[in-house]
Design a protein around this ligand. Structure first.
Ligand SMILES: [Zn+2]
Length: 342
């Protein structure tokens, strides 16, 4: 896939900026346990097979396989890291299977020990992607984006909030001071906004469809509420109207980017009309804008809902395709500038 001429025209300013070439492989964090939940109903709206499916897509696509280094050997996140933003009782109740049935119904996923394990792995995956992004500019977690989770409860298929935890963890470890959470999932990042409300060093930005869940919205530092059926061109224009100036003003040490694919026209829940090309363009736009400003980015996959699980896995792999394309762009630019100076 190649970026459209429209997104190239929006990014034309990045051509004049000195950009360092990304030469190492792209780290993609993908634990085999991400989708490993016993007796998962294959008809459940939350598609558990998409995590393994996305990894298969990456490993079976030659130009991706050659550019990617899969990071898969790591332990689940610790309770103390989760408790940087979550209430200890919530963490313990979920991990020990003592959640109130009503609280589990609000999450919408059936509890099991393997669900606990995958949940803790997924959060850890985002912290690892963030650390790798700080070292290598760009890294992807092939999971994450559990943004409807609040300090003391989960909802909308999300239990612990990997984005909010990772922002707090980066600051606690003194790996980053200012963190921008850029949430482009079709649903508002309500839990993330509530957890970091009033924290001047963690900026929460959510671009979402106004009429989608959650119906009671929280207040992010910046909310862009889109009307139903917004398509590729309008979506990119709205994004380009604020992102470069916001990055220049806030100057984050890292961006945590939720590349939810439920903005897609065929998504079962999302009400926007973004195409495959539009998804790729959106991700290229975000990544190249950050790279041109020398801001590291860690990506998470966010939401995506489709009965066709292979189609869904391919849709989620678009963020990795875009990251690979952006790395190639930095290398091409370096070659060109060397030619000029030689
Ligand atoms: Zn979503």
């Amino acid at each position: 896939m190649r970026a459209s001429s429209f997104v190239e025209s929006l990014l034309v300013w990045t051509r004049s900026i000195e950009c360092e070439a990304l030469v190492d492989k792209l780290p993609v964090v993908s634990h085999p346990g991400y989708g490993d939940v016993e007796n998962w109903d294959p008809k459940h709206r939350f598609v558990m097979s998409k995590f393994g499916g996305m990894r298969n897509v990456i490993e079976s696509t030659m130009h991706l396989r050659e550019e990617v280094e899969v990071v898969e050997d790591f332990a689940p996140v610790s309770a103390s890291t989760l408790c940087l933003v979550h209430d200890r009782k919530f963490v313990e109740d979920f991990c020990e299977g003592k959640m109130d049935p009503r609280a589990m119904r609000r999450i919408g996923l059936p509890w099991s020990p393997s669900l606990v394990r995958r949940t803790l792995l997924e959060v850890q995956g985002t912290t690892i992607a963030a650390r790798l992004a700080l070292e290598r500019r760009l890294a992807c977690n092939a999971a994450g984006g559990t943004h409807h989770s609040f300090a003391d409860y989960g909802s909308g298929f999300t239990i612990f909030n990997d984005l909010a935890v990772t922002a707090a963890w980066l600051r606690d470890e003194r790996l980053a001071k200012r963190v921008l959470i850029l949430d482009l999932d079709v649903h508002q990042g309500d839990g993330t906004a509530a957890i970091h409300a009033g924290n001047p060093d963690v900026m929460t930005v959510s671009v979402h469809c106004e009429s989608n869940f959650p119906f009671r919205k929280q207040q992010s530092d910046l909310d862009v509420a889109l009307e139903d059926e917004v398509g590729d061109r309008d979506y990119l224009l709205r994004l380009s109207q604020f992102l470069p100036s916001l990055l220049a003003d806030f100057k984050p040490d890292i961006v945590l980017y939720d590349a939810g694919v439920d903005v897609h026209a065929d998504d079962e829940l999302g009400k926007l009309h973004i195409s495959d090309q539009g998804l790729f363009d959106r991700d290229v736009y975000v990544l190249r804008t950050c790279l041109a400003m020398k801001i590291p980015v860690a990506t998470v996959i966010g939401g995506g809902y489709d009965r066709d699980h292979l189609v869904l896995a391919k849709r989620h792999a678009i963020i990795v395709q875009a990251a690979v394309a952006c790395r190639q762009w930095t290398r091409t630019r370096l070659l060109k500038s060397n030619k000029v100076t030689n």
